[in-house]
Design a protein around this ligand. Structure first.
Ligand code: SF4
Ligand code: SF4
Length: 175
């Protein structure tokens, strides 16, 4: 079921809307009310091309206070966090930050998160990176690592336990 189907029966949640707007203000001084629905964010959104995410509609739903519908929808997990919507917005609105807030609300309320996110989280907790550093295949079909490409080494946490404790503390603060 799409977000549009869900919103046809939705009641506005003004407290949740206020919470997200306050969070946006605190983070980046961005207010969803300034959005005038030009859809410039959506026209450049990578997830729109592939997965039908429409960031301008996310902002419109926030303005209407239809938060639960978005928190309950899989569509919020399709955002790739490329920040293009934020760069393109003439009104300094950041749909990506709204999507972060919605994802945090979904996690805080105990909703099932997509499996890929769980894998990424486990990887961050165990090695401090989204994934192990990989080799690439060059144009002449050879395999090369970062060293062979003259790229700097990627650093990892020296003390994984300390890192995990700090990460958990930050996560709780941000929720
Ligand atoms: S968030 Fe910005 S770019 Fe997107 S529709 Fe609103 S004003 Fe336009
Ligand atoms: S950050 Fe998310 S919503 Fe914004 S343009 Fe990228 S994929 Fe689309």
């Amino acid at each position: 079921m799409s977000i549009t189907d869900l919103t046809s029966m939705g009641e506005p949640q003004s407290e949740a809307r206020k919470y997200i707007n306050e969070r946006l203000l605190k983070l980046k001084n961005e207010i969803s009310d300034y959005c005038f629905q030009c859809a410039k964010c959506t026209s450049g959104c990578e997830a729109h091309k592939l997965l039908e995410l429409e960031p301008h509609k996310i902002v419109a739903l926030l303005k209407r206070g239809l938060i639960d519908e978005m928190v309950n929808s899989d569509i919020i997990w399709t955002c790739m966090s490329c920040f293009k919507c934020r760069e393109r917005c003439p009104q300094k609105v950041a749909p990506v930050e709204i999507l972060f807030a919605l994802k945090n609300m979904a996690v805080a309320s105990g909703k099932q998160i997509p499996g890929n996110y769980t894998q990424l989280l486990q990887s961050v907790l165990s090695i401090g990176l989204l994934q192990e550093v990989k080799t690439v295949t060059t144009r002449d079909n050879k395999t090369a690592d970062r060293n062979q490409l003259n790229l700097p080494e990627i650093s990892k946490p020296q003390d994984p336990m300390k890192f995990q404790t700090m990460l958990a503390k930050i996560a709780v603060e941000k929720l």
